[in-house]
Design a protein around this ligand. Structure first.
Ligand SMILES: [Zn+2]
Ligand SMILES: [Zn+2]
Length: 473
């Protein structure tokens, strides 16, 4: 279905909603793209947040982009889930490889669970490859996974797909968009991105590089819609320094900051602030230690920023303590939860110590985050949350807002836009924005829909059966 105006987008979304509860038709088994075809088929992450899993099809071959995990919330319990790969498993001999855009769990977190069913090579840049190797070291068959580490801006021939990783600022090192070219069409899969002029770690948004794509006449841009409902520009990662500096410098006693463990730039900012304010910084939480270990090995951690052994931090004077802890989402086993129950083996927080949340409250986690905040405040700790704080920011998102998206669309100006990485409202917001930008074809759909990009634009609804599986490993 070719959509030409906002009204059509609205109708499409309504149509999808109407079908949500009805029986899905069986997927046409073993359908594949021929040599003049170029298809996009999301199995996860389009119409929901998390578990990104996408397929591109051309000349009887498929390429998988990302293999991530998500969460299923049922009451107070939470299950880790992945998109069901059954569609591609039925024609596994056609799957050329899995290529990864970046190292966030919603993009690679299901690979260890699913690889034994897929058994194809994995291509990733160094940071994601290192994290994957770390995960695979926990399973006996991990050594069997062929992992190809790819440099940025160096085209890789994978079957009949030529794939080039292009650098994108985000909230983890080495995030990338993918330029995917075939005989039939060429597209840009944006991955997660933001238009950051000063991302603290890694290169800034490369306007010149993406500007080149304008003359490239991309057949489609498959674009991150996470923040498409938010007006204005997304803050630069560097904008967090001032707010965090003030909040830490003015604290009279210990400071604990909780943020996402993969945000190396935020951790570097905090280590710089520790140095400037005469505090010693330690990391609490295994995932944070793993991430920083990889950042060090790959040269993303400045050598002059010293971290101390977390076991020693409890012996320091209160004014010298800066702990960065996992658990900003209230995760039950995270370091901050243990600190909130005074059950952490290395540190006991006292009245007047400050706890700073340098993160958002992700909607499904809000109840347990509020419970965590309440527990900390009951102990008379001085709690500051980025979302409750007015004035200088303590957190910056890793995704583009409306003004960034508009600029990107006018910079790249693809022939078609397909929103991904978001719930229906985010996808629709990006679709409407693209209409206003006069992108000739806008196709909004959901997991399981087949987006035909060549030889002509068309959506085939419910082409593949989709669903989710619980991650047990
Ligand atoms: Zn993501
Ligand atoms: Zn991401």
């Amino acid at each position: 279905m070719q959509l030409k105006n906002a009204e059509c987008v609205q109708i499409t979304i309504l149509f999808l909603n109407a079908l949500q509860d009805s029986d899905m038709p069986q997927s046409p088994a073993l359908q594949y793209a021929c040599k003049n075809d170029f298809w996009f088929l999301p199995l996860g992450g389009t119409g929901e947040i998390g578990m990104n899993m996408n397929l591109y099809g051309h000349n009887k071959q498929w390429l998988m982009v990302d293999c991530g995990m998500g969460f299923l919330h049922e009451g107070n319990s939470e299950k880790r889930i992945t998109a069901d790969p059954a569609f591609i498993e039925q024609q596994i001999e056609r799957l050329q490889a899995i290529v990864l855009t970046h190292a966030h769990e919603d993009h690679l977190g299901a690979l260890v669970e699913l690889w034994p069913r897929l058994k194809v090579p994995v291509y990733a840049t160094s940071f994601a490859a290192e994290l994957l190797l770390n995960k695979l070291s926990a399973v006996t068959w991990g050594h069997a996974v062929p992992i190809y580490t790819v440099p940025m801006q160096s085209p890789q021939q994978i079957g009949d797909f030529e794939v080039t990783w292009l650098p994108m600022p985000h909230s983890i090192p080495e995030a990338s968009s993918l330029l995917i070219e075939t005989q039939a069409a060429k597209v840009l899969h944006s991955g997660d991105w933001k238009m950051d002029a000063n991302p603290v770690v890694g290169p800034s948004f490369n306007r010149a590089l993406y500007g080149l794509l304008h003359s490239y006449e991309l057949d489609a841009l498959i674009c991150d819609a996470t923040n498409a409902t938010k007006s204005g520009h997304t803050l630069s990662e560097s904008a967090c320094y001032q707010g965090l500096y003030q909040a830490i410098a003015q604290a009279p006693q210990r400071v604990v900051v909780s943020c996402f463990s993969s945000n190396i730039a935020r951790l570097v900012t905090l280590a710089k602030i520790a140095k400037k304010t005469g505090r010693k910084m330690a990391l609490f939480g295994r995932s944070m230690e793993t991430m920083v270990g990889i950042a060090r090995r790959l040269g993303y951690w400045p050598n002059d920023l010293i971290l101390i052994d977390p076991k020693h931090i409890g012996f320091l004077p209160a004014k010298e303590v800066l702990v960065v802890a996992t658990g900003s989402q209230g995760e039950p086993r995270a370091a901050l939860t243990k600190l909130s129950y005074q059950r952490h083996p290395w540190l006991y927080l006292e009245e007047g110590d400050r706890v700073i949340f340098s993160a958002i409250k992700i909607p499904p986690n809000k109840v347990r985050i509020e419970q965590l905040l309440e527990r900390l405040r009951r102990q008379k700790l001085d709690v500051i949350h980025a979302e409750e704080q007015k004035g200088t920011p303590l957190h910056a998102s890793g995704h583009p807002s409306q003004d960034d998206l508009e600029q990107f669309l006018s910079l790249v100006h693809p022939k078609a836009l397909i929103p991904t990485h978001g719930e229906a409202e985010h996808l629709q917001a990006l679709a409407e924005l693209a209409q206003k930008q006069h992108i000739p074809t806008v196709m909004a759909g959901t997991n399981g829909d087949l987006f035909k990009i060549a030889p002509f634009y068309k959506i085939e609804k419910h082409f593949a059966k989709t669903g989710s599986l619980e991650i047990l490993s």
